[in-house]
Design a protein around this ligand. Structure first.
Ligand SMILES: NC(=O)c1ccc[n+]([C@@H]2O[C@H](COP(=O)([O-])OP(=O)(O)OC[C@H]3O[C@@H](n4cnc5c(N)ncnc54)[C@H](O)[C@@H]3O)[C@@H](O)[C@H]2O)c1
Ligand SMILES: [Zn+2]
Length: 352
């Protein structure tokens, strides 16, 4: 059976929905609740019902989809529904959805009656290879992402590639950006595989390897004291571009699209401030541009972007903290770069 063992919980890959059925029966919970959004209720819950035909006794909490709902108001709604359904300390919450559902559901479960069990059933590529593994739960507040949250591990994660069939192309590519990141920071062989394929053809093996990498990193550093920061590669500039796009663009960038820009700029910084070679930078640039066509980044945005980076909680005394590649497949943390170097990296992207 294909299963990755994390510190405290298993991540199932093969027959994972049947495994979920087995888990529910064996665990003997007083109540089973599904948290879904409108899309996953329609597209994913039927697959669960088909795979676990004897699962009859459960309640459903449904919320509207979207990052804008990953907030305390929706969380209160979830807690109230849990009370209405008479959930007690021995209940199980099954988060069936993308990263929004696994984050807010994990948070709601980890705080309800001081914490009830929850499992993650991620249904987007991004949540399969990233959000559902590692125990970070959370909600946004006042436009600040994931500012309220807990580190709480799920009881299990069930990854079912079948769910991805209904996911639109942009969402697949967005999740694929995190797969590229896992290759860049940890596994040159995975990056080699990525160079030769299209995200539509992503196979369970690559999802498995990507989760294995995320899991290896987070189990060594569950509370983000050190090593886990390698996962931030591309995210310092990427998050700033994402926030900027949210404010200025009609068709806003998805997370993966924004961090793809971050990969190119931070690969440039990896040459300037770490040991990445020019040749590797060219390789990374061409692979990333192959999947993520160039975004028209305006030079007039540079100041706003560096301000956004300076406001980030990870920075010390006006210097901006990066996780940068030392080569394809390896990443160093806590490298500080100057504003001028960052602007150079943005210029590099603009000139492509
Ligand atoms: N906890 C972590 O470590 C971590 C890591 C990375 C990202 N995140 C969080 O993840 C969130 C983003 O996750 P996401 O990209 O999955 O977004 P999402 O949950 O908003 O899902 C994207 C869209 O796809 C729909 N959808 C979900 N599954 C589907 C399916 N199988 N078929 C068709 N449509 C489907 C959703 O309803 C939604 O409209 C962010 O809030 C981010 O902060 C958390
Ligand atoms: Zn990310």
């Amino acid at each position: 059976m294909k299963v990755i063992q994390s510190n405290t919980y298993p991540i199932y890959f093969e027959n994972s929905l049947q495994e979920l059925g087995r888990f529910i029966v064996q665990s003997n919970y007083s109540k089973v609740l599904f948290l879904v959004d409108t899309h996953t209720e329609k597209l994913c819950l039927p697959l669960i019902k088909a795979a676990i035909p004897n699962l009859e006794d459960f309640d459903i909490i449904e919320i509207d989809p979207g990052e804008e709902n990953k907030n305390i108001d929706f969380c209160i709604g979830i807690w109230k529904m849990m009370l209405d359904f008479k959930a007690d300390r021995n209940s199980l919450l099954i988060n069936l959805g993308g990263g929004v559902i696994t984050d807010i559901g994990g948070f709601a479960a980890s705080t309800f009656k001081r914490g009830i069990d929850f499992v993650q059933v991620p249904t987007t590529l991004l949540s399969q290879v990233d959000a559902s593994v590692g125990g970070k739960t959370g909600i946004d507040m006042d436009q600040v992402k994931n500012i309220i949250g807990t580190f709480t591990q799920p009881k299990a994660v069930f990854i079912e590639p079948q769910f991805l069939k209904t996911l639109d192309r942009r969402q697949i590519y967005s999740g694929f950006a995190e797969v590229i990141k896992h290759g860049l920071i940890y596994d040159a062989a995975l990056f080699d595989l990525i160079r030769a394929m299209e995200p539509e053809k992503i196979n369970p093996e690559m999802i498995y390897r990507s989760v294995e990498i995320k899991n290896e990193v987070v189990t060594q550093d569950p509370y983000e004291k050190g090593l886990r920061k390698v996962l931030n590669f591309g995210h310092t500039i990427g998050h700033a571009v994402e926030s900027y796009s949210l404010k200025h663009d009609k068709n806003t960038l998805l997370h993966g699209e924004a961090i793809a820009i971050g990969f190119i700029c931070e690969a440039y910084l990896s040459v300037r401030c770490n040991k990445l070679t020019e040749l590797e930078l060219e390789e990374i640039t061409s692979v990333v541009l192959h999947y993520f066509p160039k975004y028209s980044l305006n030079r007039a945005a540079f100041d706003a972007l560096t301000d956004l980076m300076l406001n980030d909680k990870k920075n010390v005394e006006g210097r901006i903290n990066f996780s940068l590649l030392s080569k394809i497949g390896a990443c160093s943390t806590d490298i500080f770069c100057q504003k001028a170097e960052i602007e150079e990296s943005l210029n590099y992207y603009c000139a492509l």
